[in-house]
Design a protein around this ligand. Structure first.
Ligand SMILES: [Zn+2]
Ligand SMILES: [Zn+2]
Length: 138
């Protein structure tokens, strides 16, 4: 059995992290909270078990971005790193673009497409969901 291991960090290098184990729920999120927190039109995420995520250097700052969501980021450079939802306490979402080898794993779907910016054109053929991945785009 192979062990999947991903390492990554923020733009300035103050925060470094690693994940062990499979990443699930690989998606690109177009919601307005991700957009504002990253200053980017969309954010790619993968989910890991919280116990399989470890900060290996520095300290990750956190803030409440909505009632049940805490986002982790680098306090020095501001890079968005993690998303934690109170109702999924055993899981953590990590920004795929923060991995040192961000080519893989690739997102498998687009979520919150109902909030997608009009100048973002999705043409990769991957499934699109109006909201979360359980609610197909109409
Ligand atoms: Zn940083
Ligand atoms: Zn989002």
């Amino acid at each position: 059995m192979s062990t999947l291991n991903y390492v990554g960090g923020c733009q300035c290098g103050s925060v470094r992290f690693e994940t062990v184990g499979e990443l699930t729920n690989l998606c690109v999120c177009h919601c307005s909270d991700c957009r504002r927190s990253a200053g980017a039109p969309m954010v790619a995420w993968g989910t890991v078990a919280r116990k399989e995520f470890r900060v290996t250097h520095g300290r990750m700052a956190e803030y409440r971005s909505s009632a049940k969501v805490t986002r982790g980021f680098c306090a020095s450079c501001g890079t968005s790193l993690t998303y934690a939802h109170d109702e999924r306490a055993h899981e953590l979402d990590v920004t795929l673009a923060s991995f040192d080898a961000p080519e893989v794993p690739a997102p498998q779907a687009h979520v919150w497409v109902q909030n997608k910016l009009p100048w973002v054109v999705i043409s990769d053929g991957r499934p699109q969901f109006a909201r979360g991945s359980n609610e197909p785009a109409s």
